[in-house]
Design a protein around this ligand. Structure first.
Ligand code: GAR
Length: 217
């Protein structure tokens, strides 16, 4: 089986990277991680990669005179590793338009809200503050505008009355670890196409039931 080579870009903890590492450890999973790049030296995710014998690179933005130069170095490394898809996994740095355009439709991100609601940072607190009854997470192709682009999959979780940003983030994170490996699988299996700015997934089924919060009695 030919496996899709992916590069994962991180800045920190790397729990989504770990979910991808674990998925790739399955013999029948159709992707493999060729390279992990961190823009932060000492990021916890780097240890996870090393433990799994995955090649790592630290590319620190402050070593580069411009965002473009920093991004070009990442593209060089990713290309050299033979990666065909980039997964941003808690990569907390804006990417240049050149980078995003170069990797168009080959660059995906996970974000801890139901996009297009709650873009940016501290989105779990923002969702609680807004009083929405559900939040969740989204895997999407990356476009120039932050947290935009064709949506591949989403998971919705309920918000509870006593939630804090941390308890909600933890509930969402469990779902992130499920949907990110699934999105990569769908792409690697060649089942994902982008029509306009909408993603179509060959053979995918939507849930039959609506979710309602609070549950009607
Ligand atoms: C995750 O919750 C991810 O969705 C979020 O950062 C966290 C990284 O955790 N990403 C963003 O907010 C990007 N806009 P991890 O390092 O444990 O995967």
């Amino acid at each position: 089986m030919e496996r899709l080579k992916i590069a994962v870009q991180i800045s920190g903890r790397g729990s989504n990277l770990q979910a991808l590492i674990d998925a790739c450890a399955e013999p029948r999973y159709p992707a493999e991680i060729a390279l992990v790049i961190s823009n932060i030296a000492g990021a916890q995710g780097l240890e996870r990669a090393t433990k799994a014998s995955i090649q790592t690179r630290v590319i620190e933005h402050r070593d580069y005179y411009s965002r473009r130069a920093f991004d070009s170095e990442m593209t060089r490394e990713i290309t050299a590793a033979g990666a065909e898809l980039i997964c941003l996994a808690g990569f907390m740095r804006m990417l240049s338009d050149e980078f995003v355009d170069h990797w168009r439709d080959r660059l995906i991100n996970i974000h801890p809200s139901l996009l297009p609601a709650f873009k940016g940072l501290d989105v779990q607190a923002a969702a609680i503050e807004a009083g929405v009854r559900f939040s969740g997470c989204t895997v999407h192709f990356v476009r120039r505008e932050m947290d935009t682009g064709p949506i591949i999959n989403q998971s919705a979780v309920p918000i509870h009355d006593d939630d804090t940003a941390d308890t909600l983030a933890a509930r969402i994170l469990v779902q992130e670890h499920r949907i990110y490996p699934h999105a990569v699988r769908l792409i690697a299996e060649g089942r994902v196409t982008i029509e306009g700015e909408r993603v179509m997934i060959d053979g995918a089924e939507a849930p039959a039931e609506a979710l309602i919060n609070p549950t009607p009695v």
